[in-house]
Design a binder for this molecule. Structure first.
Ligand SMILES: NC(=O)c1ccc[n+]([C@@H]2O[C@H](COP(=O)([O-])OP(=O)(O)OC[C@H]3O[C@@H](n4cnc5c(N)ncnc54)[C@H](OP(=O)(O)O)[C@@H]3O)[C@@H](O)[C@H]2O)c1
Length: 253
């Protein structure tokens, strides 16, 4: 019998943005496969809600505002002091602000870039420190189909999510000699708080059209959790620099 290559027993994974949506679903799948999960967010009650749903033992919560990306190194060092070396980071925390170009201020662009891009790079830098990681460490960034397809009002969001796809390739090249794999997931629309907020900013018809553009319908956080597990676990050991599209068929049209 084949040992289950998705088994993550004994691995410790930090999931950013796990107080909600995709991050919560990713944390649940990884914990279900045996990993110990460090559940990150800003909102402690919602972090605790995630922790309460996780199977297995040893999971912990951590609060940190990733907009303070220069403080990420110190925060991760403290976390490692508490939980030991990490086997990986999934960076799911992200912001989507709908802003057509005519109102796209540097403040809006800056806040999205801080969390979606700067924090991603700072998290990767922190994981790369030898004392912070095990020999099988890997990184997964959560991008979006908006890296590849356009939608009015999402110029800044597309820019930040496209940056993740591009930086994944170069980072994979830089980190390969240390055995650290770097991959990305580009999800289509998944029913989360982010999509509920988006729904409130666009006409009903636009939302119906968005759903119709997903031949398999909207996704669930668990769908993205399975993809993250595949990339992080032994199943992904020869995969680096890749972006896995998980979108119910959105980009196939
Ligand atoms: N939902 C979709 O359809 C979809 C599709 C493609 C890609 N994505 C991407 O998937 C990721 C997760 O999205 P989601 O739908 O799960 O969104 P969500 O439900 O709104 O959750 C966003 C998460 O990011 C965290 N976060 C936001 N700003 C933060 C900051 N400054 N510091 C620390 N944490 C911060 C939030 O933490 P707190 O709530 O605790 O503050 C929350 O846990 C994002 O990167 C998004 O771009 C989503």
């Amino acid at each position: 019998m084949l040992d289950n290559p998705l088994n993550m027993t004994g691995r410790t994974i930090l999931v950013s943005g796990a107080s909600s949506g995709l991050g919560r679903g990713i944390a649940q799948v990884l914990a279900g496969l045996g990993a110990r999960v460090v559940v990150h967010g800003r909102d402690l009650p919602r972090i605790n809600e995630t922790l309460a749903t996780l199977p297995g033992a040893g999971h912990i919560g951590t609060v940190f505002d990733l907009a303070n990306y220069d403080g990420i190194g110190e925060w991760v060092a403290d976390l490692v002091g508490e939980v030991g070396a990490l086997d990986g980071i999934v960076h799911s925390a992200g912001i989507l602000t709908v802003a057509p170009v005519k109102v796209l201020s540097s403040r809006i662009l800056g806040s999205m870039t801080d969390v979606n891009v700067h924090a991603a790079i700072s998290l990767a830098r922190a994981l790369r420190v030898p004392a912070h990681r095990t020999s099988q460490a890997s990184i997964v960034f959560i991008s979006s189909v908006m890296a590849f397809a356009g939608t009015a009002g999402q110029v800044a969001y597309s820019a930040t999510k496209g940056a993740l796809v591009a930086l994944t390739r170069s980072m994979a090249m830089e980190f390969a000699k240390e055995g650290i794999r770097v991959n990305c997931i580009a999800p289509g629309a998944v029913q989360t708080e982010m999509v509920f907020k988006y729904k409130r900013t666009v006409p009903v018809d636009q939302m119906k059209a968005l759903e119709a553009r997903h031949p398999l319908g909207f996704g669930t956080p668990e769908d993205i959790g399975y993809a993250a597990a595949y990339l992080m676990a032994r199943t992904g050991k020869w995969i680096t620099g890749s972006t896995l599209v998980v979108d119910g068929g959105y980009l196939a049209q």
